[in-house]
Design a protein around this ligand. Sequence first.
Ligand code: 5GP
Ligand code: MN
Length: 336
Amino acid sequence: MKEEEIKGIWELLATPKKIAIIPHRSPDGDAMGSTLGLYHFLKKLNHEAIVIAPNEFPEFLAWLPGSEKVLIFEKDKENVAKVLQGAEVIFTLDFNALHRTGEMENVLNKLTAPFIMIDHHQKPDDYAAFTYSNTKFGSTCEMVYNFITYLEKKELLDETIASCLYTGIVTDSGSFRFPTTTSETHRVAAALLDLGARNGDIHNSLFDNNSYHRLQLLGRALQNMKVFPEFKTSYIRLTQQELDEFKYVKGDTEGIVNYGLTIKGIIFAAIFIENKEEGIVKISFRSQGNFDVNQFARQYFNGGGHINAAGGKSNKSLDETIKDFESILSQQNFNV
Ligand code: 5GP
Ligand code: MN
């Protein structure tokens, strides 16, 4: 961040303010970890902070400190809109365009309070008074740690903030294995452990909390996998009926897409999940190496993300969406 930006942010934060902190819709570990980490930090600076999520966060993140105070816009639109309208500063974390908040975008578009964006996705929109955006970072949580460092307030970091930030670093880096994991990521993680974040407990809370049904759903997803060795591609489909059969709850399909990449020779994996309630097919893409799934998701499936992890959606039926996908495959260059 540039010095004058830090100065500008300091001017905004110099006196106690009402501050809303917003993650993207269907928030993941990084979105919730970064917003809650920042929330605890801002409270220590005597601000009246609140995290407002566009919709419900998954159960496997409900242990995060402060998550019980999070407001859910889609559960109580009118009242939450009022809280947003009363905010004097708005932080948007872990997304690059207001439409990533779904219907909440309509409320956000009308606000006059200054926005501060902290994010690591490509092509940030230009809505914020201050934009701290850098795709080099593996997680927004690592950036929030840097943000606090830039403000020269590291002395306010504590075990609670550290646990939130550590969570997003772990989840967005695939437990420190994705290529965006740098030596600096490990230095930040080490500092968070020194502050009291409990590595083993956090991993257990995130990854060892499966329900029996979730594992059965995973089993079905793996059985549904199709592999195209000639395109170095695999994909998984899940129908709404299958989700219902295994008593799907939010978060149950998280991470399933990655199994496609664990097959030898596969560099591109997708999962197509039917969502009858929203009338869409939600899609996740993952890749290894230089095959750019952000570009792919933008071009064909109304989405975006990062080079190796992106998402999108389709308004067509599940079968039609997959038919489109299969026909697009032959137009791709997988020798990148
Ligand atoms: P996931 O597949 O885990 O939902 O998301 C992978 C990455 O792509 C995340 O960084 C997420 O923010 C981004 N992403 C997921 N869905 C969408 C989408 O519909 N639009 C855009 N622009 N990005 C998405
Ligand atoms: Mn993220």
